[in-house]
Design a binder for this molecule. Structure first.
Ligand code: PEP
Ligand code: MG
Length: 591
């Protein structure tokens, strides 16, 4: 085995990090599906067999659901809710029973027919997230099949030493059962970037690669393997040189993490004393804990879309309220900026919006604040919950996708109306709650001097600002080379926004787009006099390190040079030179 040649297998990046160790290959999930004709008088029995298997599967799921709540908190337990939703979905209950009755076939065969048909439909979904939900259907189907066939799945308990788990599929249930000190990483045949298993691996910080197609047949238990979650590769029987390189890289990452950890409680301040607020972007209330653990000073962007996904219809006021209350309490003494709903036209059906026909240009369609103004009931429900939660800590509210004064005024009018209703009902809320807006549409950036009279702050959403300024779809790989944060038009719009915001009663301006998470670009945002940076939780330490290793004066000079560059390419060169010059540890960075 030791003499095998090094092989590199490619898959989909699921969870960043490097893991090295012996492989433990789990038995393949594929089971032979029996097919027989059911005599007429046995049809009822066959249906009851199917119902019994469904019931047993539900019991298993509920047990796992309770475990998920204990281990990961409510948001991640929602993944299990999605499974229970599938189990209760008419597609399983009705279609399978209909096939048993009409075709007089056994339950295993009928169930497989329904699953295969559903998977085929889902494979054609355009949205990657919804396409990936097919793995949930497959997993639920397998669980019911196991009960029908009387197979109990081999568990991961038989792994005796720390290993890399190689499997056809690791379900969220399996992933939850992985012992972190035993499972160093994993690689699976199936799965996508946004599959629940990938999300869980990320929150458990286990390096993982999924969607490798045939990894279970190309690796044997005991082979030495390397999981490179960042590159999405698995290296089987690495050469001594490869192994040494990866061990060095693994060591470097550990050292960097340790070094950055020391910055946790230090201020995000430049060497010449300019203070930047360094906050984090989150998707669920449970993420607050991670963000603060990394040293974030509160939440600069709470994307509330997560609450609307994986369900039919909009959440209730209580569901909103519970989520915001949890986030704001966990964040004390820091504030949480809650962004109101920002779903795009392509996700309308997912949240059950009726009466809206599909759009050919969803990014230019009924998105963000436009959608909220068209469906004021949905907007008001969210606003009521945000206002109610504002007595539990410090909340600021932020509108997405505002393109001009009329929209801003309309949103503010609904907010005032909602406040009046709460007052009439004697429901308390923070009367001095700050209200801000995102600057992500170029027209808004050009009108900040006027908009600033009606809001308390601005947060620049560079992800969209770049796409709308340069007419470059942010998710289209064919034009990815044209998606340029350093384009002079983008930098001018940011500069203009900050200047106009500051000039009108000193309104603060932050950046919450991905540009703020890119270490090389941070000095430019500081040079553009941005007051707050809100970044991915895992990027907080790195961004803080950059802030603490530069001076404001140097950033202003650098920004001038970059904005005077003849092209984006030369702007990038100037930045790279600067990054290389300042990579030497400074007095502000603990060694
Ligand atoms: C942005 O556009 O930069 C932003 C932060 O919002 P989102 O990525 O959610 O569109
Ligand atoms: Mg945006």
């Amino acid at each position: 085995m030791a003499a095998s040649k090094e092989t590199i297998l490619r898959g989909v990046q699921a969870s960043d990090g490097i893991a090295i160790g012996p492989a433990f290959v789990l038995e393949d999930e594929d089971v032979a599906i029996p097919h027989w004709e059911v005599p007429k008088d046995r049809v009822k029995f066959e249906i009851s067999r199917f119902r019994y298997a469904l019931g047993r599967t539900k019991e298993d799921m509920e047990a796992t659901h309770n475990k998920a709540i204990k281990v990961f908190g409510r948001s991640h337990a929602k993944l299990m809710d999605a499974y229970l939703l599938i189990l209760n979905d008419p597609f399983l209950n009705h279609d399978v029973i209909r096939i048993i009755e009409a075709d007089r076939v056994n339950a295993e065969y009928a169930l497989t027919q329904v699953i295969d048909k559903t998977i085929r439909v889902m494979e054609n979904f355009e949205d990657e997230y919804f396409r990936d939900r097919k793995y949930d259907i497959l997993d639920v189907g397998h669980k019911v099949l196991r009960h029908l066939l009387g197979h109990e799945k081999k568990t991961l308990q038989s792994i005796a030493e720390p290993s890399i788990v190689i499997a056809h599929n690791l379900t969220p249930t399996d992933t939850l059962n992985l012992k972190e000190d035993i499972a160093l990483g994993f690689a699976t045949n199936i799965g996508g970037k946004t599959s629940h298993t990938a999300l869980l691996a990320q929150s458990m910080t286990i390096p993982a690669v999924v969607g490798m197609r045939d990894v279970t047949s190309r690796v044997r238990t005991g082979d030495i393997v390397i999981v490179d979650g960042k590159e999405g590769v698995l290296i089987v029987s690495p050469d001594p040189a490869t192994l040494a390189n990866y061990k060095r890289e693994q060591g470097k990452r550990l050292e960097e993490l340790k070094r950055l950890e020391k910055l946790r409680d230090l201020p995000a301040q430049t060497m010449d004393g300019r203070r930047i607020t360094l906050a984090a972007n989150i998707e669920t209330s449970d993420d607050v804990k991670t963000a603060l653990a990394h040293g974030a000073e509160g939440i600069g962007l709470f994307r509330t879309e997560f609450l609307f996904l994986n369900r039919r219809g909009a959440p209730t006021e209580e569901e909103h309220f519970e989520s915001y209350k949890r986030a704001v309490r966990a964040s004390i003494p820091h504030p949480v900026i809650i962004r109101t709903l920002d779903v795009g036209g392509d996700k309308l059906t997912a949240i059950g919006m009726e009466g809206v026909s599909p759009e050919s240009n969803p990014f230019l369609g009924l998105r963000g604040i436009r959608l909220c103004l068209k469906f004021p009931d949905i907007f008001k429900t969210q606003l009521r919950a945000i206002l109610r939660a504002s007595t539990d800590g410090k909340i600021k509210i932020m509108y997405p996708m505002v393109s001009g004064l009329d929209e801003l005024r309309a949103a503010n009018a609904i907010l005032q109306e909602t406040k009046a209703e709460l007052r009439a009902q004697q429901i308390p809320f923070d009367e001095s709650m700050e209200v801000g807006m995102m600057v992500e549409v170029p027209s808004a950036a050009m009108m900040v001097d006027i908009l600033a009279r009606e809001v308390d702050f601005f947060s620049i959403g560079t992800n969209d600002l770049i796409q709308y300024t340069l007419a470059v779809d942010r998710i289209n790989e064919n034009v990815a080379n044209l998606y340029q944060p350093l384009h002079l038009a983008v930098l001018r719009l940011i500069k203009q926004t900050v200047k106009a915001g500051h000039e009108i009663d000193g309104k603060w301006v932050g950046v919450c787009g991905e540009m703020a998470s890119e270490a090389e670009l941070v000095p430019i945002l500081i040079g553009l006099e941005v007051d707050e940076l809100s970044v991915a939780p895992s990027m907080v330490p790195k961004v803080k390190e950059v802030i603490r290793s530069v001076s404001f004066a140097e950033c202003v000079q650098l920004t001038k040079e970059v904005m005077n560059a003849a092209s984006v390419e030369s702007a990038q060169r100037i930045l790279r030179l600067h990054a290389n010059r300042s990579s030497a540890p400074s007095s502000q960075v603990p060694l």
